[in-house]
Design a binder for this molecule. Structure first.
Ligand code: ADP
Ligand code: ADP
Ligand code: MG
Length: 465
């Protein structure tokens, strides 16, 4: 059944992004929103808006009953969950389908299977995809862990089977630490994710984070190449690129083929991402997890392939088959995305909600700014601090970095602090230019050269003088 109307069960820039894609497909849009988002850009843009609850996400965007009530009352035929919130909640996908509507994402069974990171590791192994050395299943207790850790060696990570968003991961370096951390990790995972299950992975040192974008229609699966997401802070991506730099054709082929094999083995339907750690010295890659949803950094893939991933996932959900054969997916140039957050990088990334008193967005060839901002908008304090994503497309990586610098300098967001100065510093960093980065690089660099000194008004004046 083709989708004629769509409820957007999310907020912020991704809600705006989904509305744009839906409009392109001639679909009526209904924006579900909390009381804090009544004035949001998505609410203003959508054909219709419906209040689902008070500001706290637990009582609005995370409240399955409230979202389902809005879907029923507005008579939509489909629901798009975006990312975060209920996007990887299989019970929500079930509720949407039980109400006779379409969930824009994979089947609840695929979400349930792949959302359990331990079960996903098993799926990967069975599909012949290399995984990070670690436990086969959930770890029941310290004794079981001891044997395993003796085998793989410290440091190891204790990870929550249901973790996500960079949370539910601890590094331990010896048994004493392990004995202390394990029970804490279990109770924390139980509280945060409603599932105290834990597993163990060896820490892959100096690795890069590379992930493969996939699209499936239940029969066929294609990949849209890979993204590089190694610049992270607190295991959250900060700056992303496509394609990953310096991959040999054989590594790229093996990596993308493994993601397709994994997705095929479960008859995957929709957009998804298979995440890996990559050891640039050996060329080895190791599966870490699957995200069964659209990702924050999907635009870099769109820029290099010309594929509208959000439109494609909506079409697939409506029952269409993949419109693009694998050999028509090609890489053109290089794209970079900077996540612009309402945080003050000079004050340890302290959140900075408030009113945007002036906004100037950059324009020009190869520049795209996906945002929820408008002049005068009040950034609410209740949610994730992402304001928008600056995305550029260049002929090659060097050109893309140069374009990013120009675009960031042309962006004005007055009234609140943002992470733009951090991104300008990254764009000027020689290690980044050389590709000498890994997932711990950014944190190490920030610790050595705190932006609080280099970014203070006095310092930037001296620099400009
Ligand atoms: P991506 O994998 O798309 O790069 P992030 O890890 O930055 O995305 O997560 C995007 C948003 O979704 C963030 O707000 C994050 O906190 C949230 N999120 C991601 N995974 C989960 C999860 N399993 N449960 C709850 N929230 C999540
Ligand atoms: P989440 O579900 O929170 O996204 P992931 O398992 O995808 O968690 O890991 C998030 C990040 O944590 C990775 O991008 C990487 O930086 C780091 N990480 C995860 N597993 C390992 C590992 N085994 N060794 C080293 N770093 C890891
Ligand atoms: Mg991840």
């Amino acid at each position: 059944m083709a989708i004629a109307s769509l409820l957007i069960a999310n907020r912020g820039e991704i809600a705006v992004r989904i509305i744009r894609a839906a409009r392109l497909l001639g679909i009526r849009t209904v924006q579900a929103h909390s009381a804090a988002d009544a004035d949001s850009l998505a609410v203003r843009m959508a054909d219709e808006a419906v209040l689902i609850g008070p500001p706290p996400a637990a009582k609005s965007y995370l409240d399955i009953e409230a979202v389902m009530k809005a879907a029923r009352e507005t008579g939509v035929d489909a629901v798009h969950p975006g990312y975060g919130f209920l996007a990887e909640n299989a019970d929500f996908a079930d509720a949407v389908v039980s109400a006779g509507m379409i969930f824009v994402g994979p089947d609840a069974s695929a979400i349930r299977l792949l959302g359990d990171k331990v079960a996903a590791r098993k799926v990967a192994r069975e599909a012949g995809v290399p995984t990070v050395p670690g436990s086969e299943g959930r770890i029941a207790g310290i004794e079981e862990a001891r044997t395993l850790v003796e085998e793989i060696g410290f440091p190891v990570m204790i990870k929550a089977a249901a973790g996500g968003g960079g949370r539910g991961i601890r590094i331990v370096r010896d048994f004493d630490e392990f004995e202390k951390q394990f029970p804490q990790a279990a109770s924390e995972a139980q509280a945060a994710f409603g599932d105290g299950g834990l597993y163990i992975e060896k820490v892959i040192e100096n690795a890069r984070h590379i992930e493969v974008q996939i699209l499936g229609d239940g029969e066929n699966v294609i990949h849209c190449f890979e993204r590089e997401c190694s610049l992270q802070r607190r295991r959250q991506k900060v700056w992303e690129e496509a394609p990953a730099f310096g991959l040999s054709p054989s590594v790229r082929e093996a990596l993308t083929a493994s993601a397709v094999a994994l997705a095929r083995s479960v008859g995957y339907r929709g957009a998804g991402t298979v995440e890996y750690l990559y050891d640039a010295d050996s060329g080895a890659f190791y599966f870490i997890e699957v995200n069964t949803r659209i990702q924050v950094e999907h635009p870099v893939t769109e820029m290099i392939t010309g594929i509208d991933l959000v439109a494609e996932m909506i079409r697939i959900a409506g029952g269409e088959k993949l419109s693009i054969p694998q050999d028509a997916v090609r890489i053109s140039g290089h794209a970079i995305e900077c996540r612009i957050n309402a945080e003050d990088p000079a004050q340890n990334f302290m959140p900075s909600p408030g009113q945007v008193t002036a906004l100037v967005e950059p324009e020009g060839e190869g520049v795209r700014f996906d945002t929820m901002l408008y002049d005068g908008y009040w950034v609410p304090p209740f949610y994730d601090s992402l304001l928008g994503k600056m995305i550029v497309h260049g002929a090659d990586r060097k050109d893309a970095i140069a374009r990013m610098e120009v675009a960031l300098k042309a962006l004005t967001i007055d009234g609140i602090r943002t992470t733009v100065p951090l991104h300008l510093a990254i764009a000027a960093n020689p290690d980044v230019a050389a590709g000498a980065i890994h997932t711990k690089y950014l944190e190490g660099w920030l610790a050595d050269a705190p932006l609080s000194t280099s970014l203070s008004p006095a310092a930037s004046q001296t620099e400009n003088a």
